[in-house]
Design a protein around this ligand. Structure first.
Ligand SMILES: Nc1nc2c(ncn2[C@@H]2O[C@H](COP(=O)(O)OP(=O)(O)OP(=O)(O)O)[C@@H](O)[C@H]2O)c(=O)[nH]1
Length: 522
């Protein structure tokens, strides 16, 4: 080889080595094994390159990178599928917003296309995160003000200011939920203490609307009242139990006195019987041994005298202990009667408390806890009897707008009127409860798919025809309903989830409608 050629060859080799060294740094960080081998390769290629050792290193790297490729592919698939899941969840939340839903669908379509390299996943991921942020901003804002921001038209400044408002909106949302909670608490508490002036004052001010500081102050006042009442209640309960304990103790004493008395009486009677027996034995002996009639007469007379005295004494002692026993029994009876009265009133109080804990204070309907208990019983019966069982969820449409337009009290009133309307449709063992907020749940034993649909449709129609009036304005309330019948493989949760899915389908389809298994099969 010519000198010139050799020089050029060496120069190219050096360039190639530098290139490999630089390229190898790019792949650093995928795994410790690859990193180690890359370091070795760089060592072989730097300074005076050793190509034979570098070739060994390159072969080892080939194998390691092949494995890496497999795990990268797996990682990509997992990442894409979790982005897909997140997008689907997002679609559920933003189903009302055409534009956002469209964007989410487009992203889902892109996710289903093959991923060419790992870096394109990051682009998909970034877009998914961005869409979530837009939807979340809108969702929070929608909750508070009901207005909407169009994601595509929102400028970056708008987006920035939306982010800046985040904390403010968060706290507004926080105060709103405190307001609702406090309102429910005060409503149920005023039922219990209808003449409490402090409570009535808070209720009135809540209806008129409260500043945030007042809201927190009122929370503290109500909390203090509850703690005070709970303490009084506990001390009353303690007193009742103490009273029962004392009464039981006294009864115990009476019983042991009566037992002691009976024992003494029994002993005395045994002694007198023995005495009587001795006298009778004496008479018997006298009859058999005495020849003289006079002597017998005298002896018998004296024995009969003693006998008569013993009998009179026994009789007197009997009647004395009988009187004592009767008086003891009557005092015991009095104590037992008193005890009975105390326990009866205590039982009534406890039953009332249990009832309260299962009743929704605003609508007086059974609450979620009561429903869950009832459902567990009904489901067990369904499994053993194989008679049909259906459940349904009812949600008032655009209920938030009633609160926003006419105030929270009007919202409360609506909930009460709507509950009454639902209740009119319940017969026999059919069960209605307030699930929470503006959502209700119905349990319909012995009701198949057809009957369920008829019932729900009747409720829907009834509500639609009912006219309410707030601030001189006529308001029509509509409801969306989702209902399903249990199948043999259903759990309590799976049937509930299906009913919930149908309810959201009814909302999505435009509200004021019923969706049941029958509609889903169409
Ligand atoms: N007055 C009153 N409002 C309540 C009560 N519980 C929940 N809310 C309100 O009910 C509203 C429910 O609003 P959303 O979940 O947006 O539902 P919506 O407005 O009915 O809309 P759709 O269900 O989508 O038709 C919220 O504004 C809650 O503040 C309550 O006990 N009393």
């Amino acid at each position: 080889m010519e000198d010139k050629q050799l020089q050029a060859y060496k120069k190219n080799n050096a360039l190639l080595c530098q290139f490999i060294i630089k390229l190898s740094s790019f792949y650093e960080g995928f795994s410790d094994k690859v990193d180690g081998e890359l370091k070795t390769l760089r060592g072989h290629l730097s300074g005076t390159p050793n190509f034979s050792l570098a070739t060994v290193s390159i072969n080892k790297l080939n194998v390691a990178l092949q494995h890496q490729d497999i795990s990268l592919r797996k990682y990509s698939l997992e990442t894409v599928s979790s982005i897909e899941d997140a997008m689907k969840q997002l679609q559920k939340i933003i189903f009302e917003d055409e534009a956002l839903r469209g964007l989410a669908t487009q992203e889902l379509i892109k996710l289903n296309q093959p991923v060419s390299d790992i870096f394109s996943i990051y682009r998909l991921y970034a877009r998914a995160v961005q869409l979530h942020r837009v939807a979340l901003g809108k969702h929070v804002k929608g909750l508070l003000s009901g207005d909407s921001a169009t994601p595509e038209t929102a400028t970056s400044t708008q987006r920035q200011s939306a982010e800046d408002d985040g904390t403010e909106r968060g706290s507004a949302h926080f105060y709103r939920s405190i307001f609702i909670e406090l309102n429910q608490l005060v409503t149920s508490y005023t039922e219990k203490k209808p003449n409490d002036r402090q409570l009535l004052d808070i209720k009135k001010r809540l209806d008129q609307g409260m500043a945030n500081e007042q809201l927190l102050e009122s929370c503290v006042v109500v909390l203090r009242m509850i703690v005070q009442d709970a303490m009084t209640e506990a001390s009353l309960t303690g007193k009742v139990i103490q009273g029962l304990h004392t009464s039981l103790g006294k009864i115990g004493e009476d019983v042991s006195k009566s037992i002691d008395g009976s024992k003494a009486q029994f002993e005395q009677r045994t002694a007198s019987n023995a005495e009587l027996k001795t006298y009778i034995d004496n008479i018997e002996e006298a009859v058999s041994t005495t020849d003289s009639f006079d002597a017998l007469k005298t002896q018998t007379q004296s024995c009969i005298k003693v006998l008569s005295k013993t009998l009179t004494d026994t009789q007197a002692s009997d009647s004395e202990s009988q009187t004592a026993l009767i008086s003891l029994l009557s005092s015991m009876q009095d104590r037992i009667n008193k005890l009975q009265q105390q326990t009866d009133s205590y039982k009534r109080k406890i039953a009332e408390q249990v009832m309260q804990s299962k009743t929704d204070a605003l609508t007086r309907l059974p609450n979620r806890q009561a429903y869950n208990e009832q459902l567990a019983i009904a489901h067990q019966h369904f499994q053993s009897s194989k008679k049909p069982l259906s459940i349904a969820l009812i949600d008032i449409d655009f209920f938030k707008s009633i609160n926003d337009k006419f105030g929270h009290s009007a919202g409360d009133k609506t909930l009460q009127l709507v509950s009454r309307a639902f209740k009119r449709h319940m017969a026999g063992d059919q069960f209605l409860a307030r699930w929470g907020g503006e959502e209700f749940v119905v349990l319909l034993p012995n009701t198949n798919e057809t009957k369920l649909r008829e019932k729900l449709e009747a409720i829907r129609k009834d509500l639609e025809s009912m006219q309410l009036k707030f601030k001189q304005e006529k308001v029509v309330i509509t409801v969306s309903l989702g209902g399903t019948s249990f199948t043999s493989t259903d759990t309590i949760d799976s049937a509930f989830e299906r009913a919930d899915k149908y309810l959201y389908q009814a909302k999505r389809n435009g509200r004021n409608q019923v969706v049941t298994d029958i509609d889903a099969q169409k």
